[in-house]
Design a protein around this ligand. Structure first.
Ligand SMILES: Cc1ncc(COP(=O)(O)O)c(C=O)c1O
Length: 361
């Protein structure tokens, strides 16, 4: 086997090594079938067991009450940007949005394209999305309140949930799902592209409260209605079987090896604290997010000059530390510390950053 790098990619991102090893061991002969999981009917009992186990693990890990359904859909989180308003804003109703960065902006753009009534009740655009807004007034009777729990590009994250006074929360949790526990009760729907904390790209986790399904208009194309997928247990059409299988293995790792979301959060907090503390004391690197809004998942920082940022990324890459370049829209550096990134990787990064600051500072 070649050397595996310290992988700080923002997504697709690092997967737990035991998951990759298990998948490798089972690839040619999936549990005695004589076929790989990618060669088996999605209607077989063998695959349904994988699907149902993955869904059951999602519910257990998130402590989801009975009246929520777990769906595995395609089209990425970006498809949820329009499926949510198409399904959930009935005639005469309007939805609230909070804009905390690139991905919220994209979600808002889709509701605009659809011409559906909506209101952006808060935004942190005034300071280039470096913080999570604290002041907002949810519209009474709003169809839902949409927010992005973790802003992958700007490196900010909601500490707690927005208070919405009974209005159902809808959240894009693509980059922090399964990283910490939270109260599921205020939610109408949660969605997350798998490629950060859940598995490979190609499947989107959607968790939906049963009563929200009643809103799905019958006039929508079949594939765009949540009811279609809920009624058929995500098997209306051929699902991405291989992706769902890898998600199942990742969930098993979080639940059985790590010990659930409270333990996962402790590990994530330790990693993030270690890196932020070093950045703050370095006098060379500078975090870009306000301290009270910093993300545990994506640590964004700058160096005194852009040339130095490029140099650090190149130096890191030479030393088997990958994925540290900031998003092309913002520049700078970003270390994504998703669930599968070990504290050893964070320590290796800090050592490299120290050495770099000593030489260039
Ligand atoms: C928070 C967030 N939402 C949405 C997306 C887009 O997801 P997808 O590529 O699955 O459509 C991303 C991708 O990085 C993201 O980080």
């Amino acid at each position: 086997m070649g050397v595996r790098i310290h992988n700080f990619n923002p997504g697709p991102a690092a997967l737990p090594l035991p998951v990759l090893e298990e998948a490798q061991a089972e690839l040619l002969d999936f549990r005695g079938t004589g076929m790989s999981i990618a060669e088996i009917s999605h209607r077989s009992a063998v695959f349904e067991e994988v699907l149902n186990d993955a869904a059951a693990r999602v519910k257990r890990l998130l402590n989801m009450p009975e009246h929520f359904k777990v769906l595995f859909l395609q089209g990425g989180a970006s498809t949820q940007f329009f499926m949510v308003p198409m399904n959930f804003i009935p005639e005469g109703s309007s939805a609230d949005y909070i804009n905390t960065g690139t991905w919220s902006t994209k979600a808002i753009k889709e509701v605009e394209i659809l011409g559906k009534p909506h209101k952006v009740i808060a935004s942190s655009q005034d300071r280039d999305f470096c913080y999570i807004p604290r002041e907002y007034a949810v519209s009474p009777g709003a169809a839902y309140l949409h927010f992005t729990s973790n802003n992958t590009i700007k490196g900010t994250q909601w500490r707690g949930l927005p208070t919405a006074g009974g209005v159902p929360l809808v959240s894009d949790m693509s980059s922090d799902i399964m990283s910490r526990p939270f109260d599921p009760k205020p939610f109408g729907l949660i969605y997350a592209g798998a490629q950060k904390n859940l598995g490979p790209a190609g499947v989107t986790l959607v968790i939906i409260r049963d009563d929200m399904l009643e809103r799905s208009p019958k006039t929508l194309p079949t594939m765009l209605r949540y009811t279609t997928h809920a009624e058929k247990n995500s098997l209306y059409n051929t699902p991405p079987c291989l992706c769902i299988y890898l998600v199942q293995l990742v969930l098993k790792w979080v639940e059985d090896t790590i010990g659930g979301l409270a333990a996962m959060e402790r590990l994530n907090r330790e990693k993030a604290d270690l890196l932020y503390s070093y950045i703050d004391e370095s006098g060379f690197y500078k975090g870009t997010a306000d301290e009270d809004s910093r993300s545990m998942m994506n640590v964004t920082f700058r160096l005194p000059a852009e040339d130095l940022e490029k140099e650090l990324v190149a130096e890191a890459s030479k030393n088997s530390l990958g994925g540290l370049k900031g998003h092309r829209s913002v520049g700078g550096c970003r270390a994504s510390l998703y669930n599968a990134v070990g504290i050893d990787s964070v320590r290796a990064l800090i050592e490299l950053m120290k050495e770099f600051a000593r030489k260039r500072g």
